[in-house]
Design a binder for this molecule. Structure first.
Ligand code: SF4
Length: 414
């Protein structure tokens, strides 16, 4: 297949530009580092990027043609792997934006598909050029994974996405072969469920990726209130969608507590396989603490660590930082930590902030035993495996144990 691809002979002459080192780091992590040269102008009030002080991001100038040719040439030097998807945009060392606001984005997407044999995952809230993206999807079947961030079509859209594309534009994008999955969320009654019906009427193929957003530090009160209102309405919204029996695949991947409960068997089985003793200290996030307390009470010492760095209502082991853990260490001489914490994407053995495990060891003088089998791949696999909406309705909403799970108290934090 690679032999059939025309390779654009772009130059690597800009190798010396100082910001190219950042571009290369993104590309080494399979990101396509185009930049708008500024923060995202869409200004969604729920944007997870509005507060990124926990990680250092570089100021990369707006990508020009010469930069693009450099990017494409560099990408072409990296061997392709079957099934591997490149992400449209840098997101580890650069600020995340909707890159289809770049006037050259559609041309460069076409270049990528024409001059490489690689696949691409694109994200947008809807600034793609509609006829062109459908044509590209037809021409390069199965090479584009297109995740359309619909977010909401409901009465709350204007407040949450003041500069977002119109509902009409979003529906036009959905009407055709391009979109692989559409994500949208509950913000109260008849929000997510009404959107599911609307989207499914237009596009019966795309995956409906649903749930709630997470309030994070820095979000305004109104947005936090809407997100929490959505969370309250989630069971009812999900039940309505379940009753609609849509032809689309329906998923509910965003809720950590639901994912943890639906995966309780594998969590317990994995815990059992670790062979920990009662006095061993295992680092756990909120929902994992609850699962282990419910099914393996006092079989080890569970050190509950809140996601203090990201703040808000975050509940995720992979997004815990070494600083979060350090803040909870008191007399521990040795702790066990899941490997996913130090697979934060900013280098080997580093968390999402880029902090090195060795620095943590030196600062805390605590021995750290990394649990290799609880890695990012494992976590993502479980997320996908049990994340169907049907599963949520049948094994969470209808399951009386889920209420017991929700009510398990967390340890007091001083
Ligand atoms: S379009 Fe995406 S990156 Fe831009 S503000 Fe909205 S959520 Fe954030």
């Amino acid at each position: 297949m690679a032999g059939a691809v025309q390779i654009l002979q772009g130059s690597l002459k800009g190798e010396g530009k100082d910001y190219y080192a950042t571009l290369r780091r993104e590309m080494d992590a399979r990101k396509i580092p185009i930049s708008l040269g500024k923060n995202c102008p869409v200004m969604c009030t729920f944007c997870y990027e509005s507060e990124h002080s926990y990680r250092i991001v570089e100021d990369i100038p707006k990508t020009g043609q010469e930069d693009w040719e450099y990017i494409l040439s560099y990408i072409n030097k990296i061997p392709s792997k079957p099934g591997e998807y490149w992400v449209w945009g840098g997101n580890e060392y650069m600020v995340w934006t909707d890159l289809f606001l770049h006037p050259k984005a559609m041309d460069w997407l076409e270049d990528f598909l024409t001059y490489t044999d690689k696949n691409v995952t694109i994200f947008t809230v809807g600034f793609v050029h509609v006829p062109r993206i459908h044509k590209l999807a037809e021409k390069y079947k199965k090479r584009i994974s297109f995740e359309l961030s619909v977010n909401t079509l409901s009465r709350h859209r204007d407040a949450l996405m003041p500069n977002g594309p119109t509902v009409k534009q979003v529906l036009k994008i959905l009407d055709g072969p391009a979109v692989t999955s559409a994500d949208f969320y509950s913000f109260g009654t008849t929000t997510m469920s009404a959107d599911a019906l609307t989207i499914s009427k237009i596009n019966k193929e795309c995956v409906l990726w649903m749930g709630c957003l997470t309030p994070l530090r820095g979000m305004d009160d109104r947005t936090v209130e809407l997100i929490r209102q959505g969370k309250k309405a989630l069971p009812e919204e999900a039940q309505s969608i379940y009753d609609y029996n849509l032809s689309n695949k329906t998923t509910i991947h965003t809720e950590a507590y639901i994912t943890a409960f639906l995966n309780r068997r594998i969590i317990v089985k994995t815990f059992d396989s670790l062979g920990l003793e009662k006095r061993d200290t295992l680092v756990v996030s909120k929902s994992i603490y609850k699962v282990l307390t419910m099914y393996r009470k006092k079989r080890a010492r569970y050190l509950y660590i809140p996601n203090a760095t990201l703040g808000g209502d975050t509940d995720c082991t992979a997004l815990l930082t070494l600083a979060d853990i350090q803040g909870r260490i008191t007399n521990e001489k040795e702790i066990y930590i899941p490997k996913c914490i130090i697979e934060g994407g900013r280098g080997k053995y580093r968390d999402i902030c880029g902090t090195d495990l060795e620095d943590f060891r030196a600062n805390t003088r605590c021995r750290v035993k990394v649990i290799p089998k609880i890695n990012t791949k494992f976590a993502n696999r479980q997320l996908i495996k049990n994340g169907d909406l049907d599963n949520y309705v049948e094994d969470y909403i209808y399951n009386p144990n889920s209420k017991i799970f929700e009510d398990i108290p967390l340890p007091e934090i001083n």
